[in-house]
Ligand binder design. Structure first.
Ligand SMILES: Cc1ncc(COP(=O)(O)O)c(C=O)c1O
Length: 373
């Protein structure tokens, strides 16, 4: 049996008519950028997440760069974030001359260790970028408490966190991205809400920040050909917005199916001592965008999965402080031991709504057999 890490083909087969008609309507109405489908989808995202404003842009990466620029995460200022994440969570700071300041991760959640943030704050610190990784949000109670104490801006990298909600101390569920000053989502195809190409979104509850984000996505223009700021060209594509509206209708079902698959993995792998299953911490509602295990002899297991045609992914094999592009920051091996250790043990198993129980069985049997060798 061959098991794909991810494929969009099954979803397309299941909802072919809806996707075809959504795309067909855009084409029939003639070429348009920021067409009505974008505004409709933005409105739907505000309803789903509870954010007051949503601004569609070309990718999650662009959403991070634009919001970092607006929040002043640039020109020598320091911004605290995690080294265990996708590049864009930190390159958005460096892109306009800001300095990413890394803090190690919590070994159970893989999110930023909030108890280590304060010791890295200096006179030059202007913000924090918490990343809500894989299946759960970072501790937003503590992050907001620190940001208020030191007057820091918070940009939530919720690229992977569509559908996740933080209840925290208040007990009131708040969608990822809607707690800090800005939040961003990625609609990269594999994401819980994924497009059939690139796409991203900025959310905020602040009307002035929403207005700025809207200007910045069209070169900083306040009206046609009148530029108040130096912005970007970064629009959510109209066809992708039409596709995303179809997918958003089914998002709760997609999240439940991911949860069911996570449960199947947990049931089948719980007796396997060589593996650590995901641990969710804090009062929150997780969403299984990624199902990660920590595996003994991870690279041996990877070879076994390859041999058995089982897809997998490694998020992330090399933490950001050890990447060549950030060597100028002066970090070295051993600076963030938890991130470094996790990067050698972590392994993402296939999870997407259309994955079958038979496929999960096959993946788990292969893993169990490997450790019984
Ligand atoms: C944590 C994180 N931040 C940012 C991004 C960037 O999003 P995009 O691929 O849409 O540019 C991603 C997506 O891969 C991500 O996982």
């Amino acid at each position: 049996m061959k098991v794909n890490f991810y494929t969009s083909k099954r979803e397309y087969e299941n909802k072919k008519n809806e996707f075809d008609s959504a795309i067909g309507n855009v084409l029939k109405n003639g070429i348009t950028t920021l067409g009505k489908e974008v505004a409709v989808f933005e409105e739907e995202v505000t309803k789903f997440t509870g954010a007051k404003y949503a601004i569609g842009v070309a990718s999650g990466t662009d959403a991070l760069v634009i919001t970092s620029d607006i929040l002043g995460f640039k020109e020598g200022k320091e911004v605290i974030t995690s080294p265990f994440t996708f590049l864009a969570s930190a390159s958005c700071i460096a892109k306009n001359g800001g300095k990413p300041v890394f803090v190690d991760i919590d070994e159970e959640t893989f999110n930023i260790d909030v108890n280590k943030i304060e010791e890295r704050i200096t006179q030059n610190t202007v913000g924090i970028i918490p990343i809500h990784l894989f299946c759960q949000m970072a501790d937003m109670d503590k992050i907001m408490e620190i940001s208020q104490k030191y007057g820091l801006k918070v940009l939530e990298d919720a690229a992977e966190a569509f559908g996740m909600r933080w209840l925290g101390k208040s007990g009131v569920p708040r969608h990822s991205g809607t707690i800090g000053d800005y939040g961003i989502f990625s609609f990269f195809p594999t994401k819980t809400l994924g497009a059939y190409g690139d796409g991203g979104m900025i959310v905020t509850n602040d009307s002035a920040l929403a207005r700025l984000a809207k200007c910045y996505r069209v070169h900083g223009a306040t009206s046609k050909y009148h530029y108040e700021y130096l912005g970007y060209n970064s629009r959510l594509d109209t066809i992708q917005a039409a596709i995303l509206s179809v997918k958003l209708k089914y998002i709760n079902d997609a999240i439940l199916k991911r949860e069911r698959i996570a449960k199947w993995y947990r049931e089948r792998l719980k007796g396997c001592d060589a593996i650590r299953l995901p641990i969710v911490k804090g009062n929150q509602k997780p969403v299984y965008y990624v199902f990660n295990i920590l595996a003994r002899d991870r690279d041996g297991l990877v070879a076994k999965l390859r041999e058995n045609e089982i897809g997998f992914s490694i998020y992330y094999p090399l933490p950001l402080h050890l990447q060549k592009c950030f060597s100028y920051l002066g970090y070295k091996k051993g600076d963030f031991p938890v991130a470094e250790r996790v990067s050698k043990e972590i392994l993402a198993l296939p999870i997407y709504p259309e994955l079958t129980e038979d496929e999960v069985d096959y993946v788990c049997q292969t893993i169990i057999k490997f450790y019984k060798k």
